[in-house]
Design a binder for this molecule. Structure first.
Ligand code: SF4
Length: 508
């Protein structure tokens, strides 16, 4: 954790104290079944609760479920942690069947494909990927009831009093990921499907949640907001008088939609930037380019959306040429809000973990942290590996330093964009604040100004030649390359993008 041992011991004792207080407050005897979630770092808290329950209320059945509960974890959880039932994938119908099974005192659960789970036998999956998904899922996400956070708000009031903070409510427009090709990703191990609610249904759900809980801030839990329903939803939201604010995850290829989404209340977005080298992006399976990433960052600034993006560092097999490409891109992107460093980790069951040799990884084994945390082996979370780690740490050091410098420069600018333009009829002025604080101005007149404004989105040279036929291609290319050298334009092959964002309010 990076904490000194004494502070860690203090944190552990405070955690134990609040866990004991919480455990004592819950009327466990009133329940017939306890459900515990497994999503990322909830696993240890859920296991700690299960262990205590098994000790104090051994007859009370426990069901585990959640987005990080994969089928290959259930056996270990059953045999080593005494978990009675595990639900992998969409949980609504399996949980309903499990409740009926427990309430009606039957001694087996009938599963869709004829499988059975008997209480007297070792616990079995209530739903498994082997069972045809459709038979244990509700037919359409629009048929789901609106989530009821009443218990959560009651507990909030009980613990923090009536003037507790107003939380950000999680909402869900889609389940799963339609892309599913990022090689480092293990987000959807438990369920490989993909489906979405309609925009209209989501709008109704937001109205109910806002009215019921008096909340205005929502975070979409989707891997990436689906295009069609999100466009319909945010179009509706833009035309209402509600001041909702949203967080969502989107792909860089969605950048064109940012202004429309911002009008509907999108305030923060996480974009899977991950790399600023085209060959590295291809190896990561992102299906994007550096140009698409740069455009997403620019669009977010112009739309007034706070973009949270990571740069994956130390990915196995990265070359010096890819590091150089990354550093060159960072140099151009310095005027924008910075990306955060995210050191590569090997996720259990990710494509890299399944085919380690393809990525130059020689050996994969359980992570020592997990070995220390759990008394049994569980295919979960992060794995340890042997490959070219030391070389990657050395190669990526300058990128780490550049990211730190980028963050400092952004702070010194007061969080504002350092590259903006303003225009009058026949000319345009670009204001460029360099990382050392000095400010440069570039004045473009007549055709030069029109060409620059034409580069508001990625534009191929051929398209520019068609729009400005009186300039030979070589002259246009020379002009644009000069602007790229000055840091005002981004070039990828023969496609150009103006980097300066339109300043609609600040003074020069
Ligand atoms: S990282 Fe995101 S976009 Fe990529 S496969 Fe995973 S969930 Fe899908």
């Amino acid at each position: 954790t990076g904490l000194p041992a004494r502070e860690l011991a203090w944190v552990a004792s405070r955690l134990a104290e609040s866990f004991n207080q919480w455990f004592a407050r819950v009327p466990w005897r009133e329940y017939d079944l306890v459900g515990l979630s497994v999503c990322f770092n909830q696993l240890l808290a859920s296991l700690a609760t299960a262990r205590r329950l098994k000790k104090e209320y051994p007859g009370l059945p426990i069901v585990f479920g959640g987005s990080a509960l994969a089928p290959d974890m259930t056996e270990a959880l059953a045999h080593h942690a005494g978990i009675d039932f595990c639900i992998c994938g969409e949980g609504e119908l399996p949980l309903l069947r499990l409740c009926r099974f427990l309430l009606q005192g039957e001694n087996e659960i009938r599963l869709p494909a004829g499988e059975q789970a008997a209480r007297s036998e070792p616990p079995r999956l209530a739903a498994s990927p082997a069972v045809p998904a459709k038979t244990c899922q509700i037919p359409h996400l629009d048929h789901l009831p609106v989530p009821d956070y009443g218990d959560y708000f009651a507990e909030l009031k009980q613990v923090f009093g009536p003037s507790a903070f107003i939380p950000v409510l999680p909402v869900e427009l889609s389940r799963g990921c339609w892309w599913r090709r990022c090689v480092f990703c293990n987000l959807n191990r438990q369920w490989r499907g993909y489906r979405a609610k309609s925009g209209e249904r989501m709008a109704r759900e937001l109205t109910v949640l806002a009215q019921r809980h008096r909340c205005l801030d929502f975070a979409f839990a989707d891997n990436a907001l689906p295009r069609r329903p999100r466009e319909r939803l945010f179009h509706r939201l833009a035309n209402t008088a509600q001041d909702y604010r949203f967080f969502a995850e989107l792909r860089a290829t969605d950048a064109k939609s940012f202004p429309r989404l911002a009008r509907g209340g999108l305030a923060r977005v996480q974009v899977g930037i991950e790399a600023l080298s085209n060959s590295l992006l291809a190896r990561l399976g992102k299906g994007t380019t550096v140009l698409a990433n740069v455009y997403a960052m620019k669009q977010a600034v112009e739309a007034g959306i706070a973009l949270e993006g990571n740069l994956i560092l130390e990915f196995p097999g990265t070359s010096q040429a890819e590091i150089n490409e990354t550093l060159a891109a960072i140099n151009l992107l310095m005027p924008y809000p910075p990306l955060a460093p995210a050191t590569f980790f090997l996720g259990a069951d990710s494509p890299v973990a399944r085919e380690p040799r393809r990525f130059g990884i020689r050996a994969v084994h359980a992570h020592p942290y997990l070995r220390r945390l759990l008394p049994f082996s569980l295919p979960f979370g992060v794995l340890a590996y042997r490959g070219d780690r030391t070389r990657q740490q050395r190669l990526w050091r300058p990128v780490r330093e550049a990211l730190t410098a980028w963050q400092q420069a952004h702070r010194q600018r007061g969080g504002r964009c350092g590259l903006t333009w303003r225009a009058a009829d026949s000319f345009l002025v670009i204001r460029q604040q360099r990382p050392d604080g000095t400010v440069l101005y570039h004045r473009l007149t007549s055709a030069s100004a029109r060409i620059y404004r034409r580069l508001a989105s990625p534009t191929p040279l051929a398209e520019l030649c068609a729009a400005f036929p009186r300039f030979p291609a070589s002259e246009l290319r020379g002009f644009l390359d000069e602007l790229a050298r000055k840091g005002c334009v981004f070039r990828q092959d023969d496609t150009y993008l103006a980097l300066a964002t339109h300043d609609k309010g600040e003074s020069i």
